[in-house]
Design a protein around this ligand. Structure first.
Ligand code: SF4
Length: 234
């Protein structure tokens, strides 16, 4: 049996799993190549930096202190059954399980439906720009399939869009929100794009990156579509 490849760990967070005190495990590997990726060091599948059994022992010591554990990445489901088996062990400790996902593996999402309590799903751009941003032409359709499926389960869900002005306009953001709302999404998050490397920095300016957060009309329209909208402008 392969070991889980863990590339990073946050021992305590109040923002990565809505309403819960949680730890985050960043798993190695991702099938996408997003232009703005800030976790590029997690993408090559190789040796993880954190021993999975030692990490599991540490999680045991957090029982009663934390409420949830979030599996993030990279793309946590890229390690497929190895991830799902580990999630199950963590759930058996009594934690709620969160998953940050790009939705590229709808079939694996179906496999872990009895284990995962909440997902934060990236809806990265409109269909027209998805390939430009992610480098993969089937990424949009896979994400939509994952979204449709998760909504149908009735499990908790947040759809989030990171507004990189190179790939998302204000009209695009509204279109993404409208599609999500029509599909039955109740919780939506708009995330600011923060350039990760110098090359990205030179392609956009602060005003372009802020434009999604200071347009009251856009805000109102988006907020009318959901039960809750989180504006992550930092
Ligand atoms: S899905 Fe996330 S980890 Fe994967 S390439 Fe895109 S930004 Fe990076």
């Amino acid at each position: 049996m392969k070991e889980l490849q863990i590339g990073g760990l946050v021992s305590f967070t109040t923002i990565d799993y809505p309403g819960k005190l949680a730890a985050v495990l960043f798993l190695v590997g991702c099938p996408l190549k997003c232009a703005y990726c800030s976790n590029a060091h997690l993408i090559p599948v190789g040796e993880g930096e954190y021993d999975p059994e030692k990490t599991f022992e540490w999680l045991k010591s957090r029982v009663g202190k934390l409420e949830g554990v979030v599996f993030s990445g990279g793309e946590a489901l890229m390690q497929a059954d190895v991830t799902i088996e580990y999630m199950k062990r963590v759930k058996d400790l009594g934690f709620s399980i969160g998953l940050h996902t790009n939705g590229f593996y709808p079939d694996l999402l179906k496999k872990c439906v009895d284990i995962v309590d909440w997902i934060g799903l990236d809806f990265k751009a409109t269909k027209q720009h998805y390939k430009d941003l992610t480098g993969i032409d089937i990424a949009y359709d896979r994400m939509i399939e994952s979204l449709q499926y998760w909504v149908s389960t009735g499990h908790d869900l947040e759809v989030r869009t990171t507004c990189d002005p190179r790939y998302v306009s204000k009209d695009d953001l509204l279109e993404i929100a409208e599609i999500s709302s029509k599909m039955g999404v109740k919780n939506f998050a708009v995330q600011k794009y923060n350039p990760y490397n110098e090359c990205d920095c030179h392609q956009t300016n602060a005003e372009q990156r802020e434009q999604f957060f200071n347009d009251d009309e856009l805000k109102q329209k988006i907020e009318s579509l959901f039960e809750s909208v989180v504006w992550r402008n930092n």
